[in-house]
Write a protein that binds this ligand. Structure first.
Ligand code: LLP
Length: 435
């Protein structure tokens, strides 16, 4: 297994992260446990900022909170000077509760409710990422009721297909997101926003997919978006000053994955936007990107304890752990692949082919098929890396499993940032029938 971030193997042959022995972490905090490598997370934030300072001065990196959001993450993102993309009232509330600067919040979502928009307006967030005509109408009504002007960035569907898993493509024409460029909806949306005194058109946005390895997709998207900026200027004599190119940079999960680096991605997007602006003689807009996975994904590792093992001779060996699809739905939902290691036998070269399964009552509850693992038995600790993004945030209480705790590790110190859900938590919203 590839060691990520600050991972090492100590003299006892145990996997360590942030200088903490994962076997000790498992003992102390219990399993399943999400372990977040603080240095790895902060390093990704800094690499985005550093790369932009080299390639495009007027730029902002906005962390996409849907990948993983809690109070401590908001504090770190704030300290690192990034913006924050939220997609629901719940994410917005989390950011505000953590003291995240509202002016650096970008509010996404294709069906924001009136209450969500009102919360954003009342707390004076920076930008509404407006997705559809219904939202233009709703936002302008709620803003005018408050006698304020809302900053609008219009989400455009530029019709660019990124090379990634079909379920997680969001930029193609047949998409529920954004104003379609091709059929004129995007231009009509621009007109409606310009005509609305309570709305201020600040920019345009696109997001062409997730877990993208193919940087050429961004070059095509940049071309389409800058060309649209020119259309807006020619048609309405308005220049939009923000171009938000969304998120999507892929990360390494398993051998064979070859994602571009953060630096390659930033340099490609920056150059593409600069070049298109020069070609079309447009002033360079402020450039925004919205990475989620590439910031938080590699920093996360999930620890599990092995329980039952089932050997079916000539067929397969199932090794069951104390978590599964409730804390990581990605293999079941997207056929996503993961590596794993026996954390207390991290140096064992003697491996067997096994499949890692969870404890949910569902055959599809798998973490990994056909994996080479050191031979393990009940009580061993399994570490699954690269689980920082879209695992906790998509976790559920299926089978009434409590969601795991999360610890932040650095320099040999572990701090709990999300507490484990208890049985009491699980029934805390239930009400008994009374006569
Ligand atoms: N901006 C927008 C508008 C998005 O919709 C997304 C992700 C991002 C930014 C961040 O994309 P990232 O840099 O993380 O790729 N649950 C799926 C991923 C869904 C992504 C949805 N949108 C998964 O587990 O792979």
């Amino acid at each position: 297994m590839k060691l990520r971030g600050t991972m090492q193997i100590n003299e006892q042959g145990h996997l360590t992260i942030g200088g903490c022995d994962t076997v000790q972490l498992a003992k102390h905090f219990g399993t399943p446990l999400y372990v977040l490598d603080e240095e790895c997370l902060r390093d990704a934030c800094r690499r985005y900022r550093r790369a932009f300072s080299e390639h495009y001065h007027n730029a902002l990196t906005v962390y996409a909170g849907k990948a993983l959001l809690n109070l401590a993450i908001c504090q770190i993102i704030k300290e690192e000077g990034l913006g924050l993309d939220v997609v629901s009232g719940g994410e917005l509330f989390t950011a505000l509760a953590a003291g995240f600067p509202p002016e650096r919040i970008f509010f996404h979502g294709n069906n924001k409710t009136e209450a969500e928009i009102a919360l954003g307006l009342d707390r004076k967030i920076g930008y509404f990422m407006v997705d559809n005509f219904h939202e233009i109408e709703l936002l302008s009504r709620l803003a005018s009721r408050r006698h304020i002007t809302a900053n609008v960035i219009l989400r455009i569907a530029p019709g660019i297909e990124a090379h990634t898993h079909e379920f997680i493509q969001t930029g193609q024409i047949d998409s529920k997101f954004g104003f379609t460029l091709e059929n004129g909806d995007a231009l009509l949306a621009v007109k409606k926003v310009i005509d609305e005194p309570t709305l201020s058109l600040r920019g345009i946005h696109c997001h062409i997919g997730s877990q993208i390895f193919e940087l050429e997709s961004y070059v095509l998207a940049a071309k389409a978006m800058v060309a649209f900026m020119k259309t807006i200027r020619d048609r309405y004599q308005v220049s939009v000053d923000i171009l938000n190119m969304g998120g999507g940079l892929g990360i390494y999960y398993v051998p064979g994955d070859a994602p571009p680096t953060i630096e390659e991605y930033v340099s490609t997007v920056s150059k593409a936007v600069s070049r298109e602006c020069e070609d079309l003689q447009l002033p360079k807009p402020m450039l925004i990107v919205e990475p989620g996975r590439s910031i938080v994904g590699p920093a996360g590792t999930t620890l599990y304890t092995v329980g039952a093992t089932k050997q079916i001779p000539g067929v397969r060996t199932y090794v069951a752990v104390d978590g599964g699809m409730a804390d990581n739905i990605r293999p079941a939902l997207y056929n996503a692949k993961y590596e794993a290691i026996v954390a207390n036998k991290a140096r064992n070269a003697d491996t067997n082919c096994v499949s890692l399964t969870g404890k949910c009552c569902e055959s599809g509850d798998m973490l990994a098929w056909d994996l080479e693992l050191a031979s393990c038995q009940a009580g061993d600790i399994i570490a699954v890396p690269a689980t920082g993004a879209y695992c906790y945030s998509m976790a559920s209480n299926y089978n009434r499993l409590g969601r795991p705790a999360m610890v932040l590790v650095k320099d040999g110190q572990a701090r709990m940032i999300v507490r484990r859900e208890t049985y009491s938590d699980l029934i805390s919203h239930d009400l008994l029938l009374t006569d």
